[in-house]
Design a protein around this ligand. Structure first.
Ligand SMILES: [Mg+2]
Length: 241
């Protein structure tokens, strides 16, 4: 729970740019994947050999496909179809495949559900800082979520990236013309939002969401600030009520 280092002139001058993750930081995302994972297990398990852990097998397919298909619902949909076929040795009925595709379509078309306090926190922080949004995944879906979220106007820059690694952050910070030690990233994923930014010498605040995708779990011994709620961010930054 080490607070980020602040300049002697106080919190409000400590950063030039604050980056926000989007999925499960500003709006719900993992809930939809979890619901569809559960439905996948219900649909596929009756056709799978006894003793197969259908959920674990699906995650293994997703892990194998990540590099090729990237992140997001469409990649998840292909992995569900591939998983249904391989887990059942090709015995999965085509009406189940059709339902898996429909599940993905519904997930893609779901309206954005903002997490609590998000618009007011962005308004308060944005009154003092230049804000950027950095999200990874499918370009079509992420762009749709950004433009329908009602949050777009808070951000100077909106970046949909393929991967959130130090190289990507370094490229973005150069484009934003901000030094790493003047940049703060806020997000729910230690693997994607915290560690790669700290690796560059930047600062990060972790705001965990109650669900985390298996492939976002990471072992680490870094220390960083963790907030129970995004609503605590303005106080952390020294923004007066
Ligand atoms: Mg996230």
């Amino acid at each position: 729970m080490t607070p980020p280092p602040h300049r002697p002139d106080g919190g409000l001058a400590a950063y030039d740019v604050i980056g926000f993750d989007a999925d499960d930081t500003l709006w719900q995302s993992e809930d939809g994947f979890r619901a569809n994972e559960l439905r996948f297990v219900e649909l596929v398990a009756p056709h799978a050999p006894d003793g197969v852990d259908v959920k674990a097998a699906l995650t293994a397919v997703e892990r194998k496909n990540l590099h090729t298909f990237g992140y997001g619902v469409k990649a998840f949909a292909i992995s569900m179809v591939e998983g249904a076929i391989t887990i059942t040795g090709g015995k999965i009925p085509t009406d189940v495949i059709a339902e898996l595709v429909e599940m993905a379509r519904t997930q893609l078309e779901e309206p954005v559900r903002l997490l609590p306090h998000v618009p007011e926190v962005l308004a308060r922080v944005g009154a003092h800082y230049r804000l950027v949004l950095i999200t990874k995944g499918d370009l079509v879906h992420q762009t749709h979520k950004i433009t329908t979220s009602g949050l777009e106007h808070h951000f100077d820059e909106l970046e949909v990236v393929l991967e959130k690694d130090p190289e990507t952050y370094a490229r973005l910070l150069a484009r934003f013309d901000v030094e790493p030690d003047r940049f703060l990233m806020v997000g729910n994923s230690v693997r994607s939002d915290i560690l790669p930014v700290m690796a560059l010498g930047g600062h990060a605040v972790h705001v965990p969401y109650h669900l985390l995708w298996d492939l976002e779990h990471v072992d680490h011994d870094e220390k960083f600030t963790e907030l129970a709620s995004l609503a605590d961010l303005p106080a952390l930054l020294g923004i007066p009520d």
